[in-house]
Ligand binder design. Structure first.
Ligand SMILES: Cc1cc2nc3c(=O)[nH]c(=O)nc-3n(C[C@H](O)[C@H](O)[C@H](O)COP(=O)(O)OP(=O)(O)OC[C@H]3O[C@@H](n4cnc5c(N)ncnc54)[C@H](O)[C@@H]3O)c2cc1C
Length: 173
């Protein structure tokens, strides 16, 4: 999906894009990692209009499935299956290809899972704050877009109350 379509999707989902290419949302989330996608999905399901900005379409899902946990453990897993008569170069190429397939599968699942929520829009581009409630987003094709959000996640209802933590005496050590 290109950035124009994404902008259109964001407009459709949140219905508040003005003439200067400014998207207005209740909540702005920067980064499609575990933290960002969890917050965006939770707030979206509560009915908040969420815009999530991720700088690279190759990073949907964040570090873990793209360049962290999943590829590193995947390569370790494949390396353990190598037999002595396997050609090292060919085996390595094959292992990397399998890992890439898993990454692509997870990336697509992450994107669809979030973007399918009516209240959440994913915008692909690098976000830079211009004031405490506004970011300028530059897409990989050089388009510029402004996203502004009235509230920070810390001031929304979902985050108003701290969870109660019960510490048992046995746990204190
Ligand atoms: C090699 C490696 C192996 C790992 N293995 C494990 C493991 O086995 N188990 C485990 O629990 N953890 C592991 N981790 C850690 C795990 O990946 C992180 O804890 C997790 O990804 C943190 O999630 P996050 O949402 O905070 O950040 P991230 O997943 O890093 O997401 C941040 C996102 O923000 C985007 N972003 C940053 N700046 C901007 C900007 N200005 N505009 C737009 N987008 C932006 C980035 O592109 C990125 O997608 C590993 C990490 C690495 C590097």
């Amino acid at each position: 999906m290109n950035s124009t379509q994404e902008t259109q999707n964001a407009q459709n989902a949140n219905g508040t894009q003005d003439a200067q290419d400014t998207l207005r949302a209740d909540v702005l989330v920067i980064g499609f990692g575990k933290g960002g996608k969890t917050a965006a999905a939770a707030l979206g399901r509560l009915g908040r209009r969420v815009v999530l900005v991720e700088q690279s379409e190759r990073m949907y899902g964040g570090t873990c499935p793209n360049v962290g946990c999943v590829p590193s453990k995947g390569l370790v897993h494949h390396s353990r299956k190598r037999r002595e008569d396997d050609d090292p170069q060919e085996f390595y190429r094959d292992a990397v290809q399998k890992v890439q397939q898993v990454r692509e599968f997870m990336r697509a699942g992450n994107y669809d899972g979030l973007n399918s929520l009516e209240t959440v829009s994913v915008v692909t581009g690098r976000a830079v704050f211009t004031d405490p409630h506004t970011v300028a987003v530059t897409t990989d094709v050089g388009d510029r877009l402004t996203v502004s959000a009235e509230t920070h996640p810390s001031s929304t209802e979902a985050f108003n109350e701290l969870p109660t933590v019960i510490v048992h005496e046995d746990d204190e050590n």
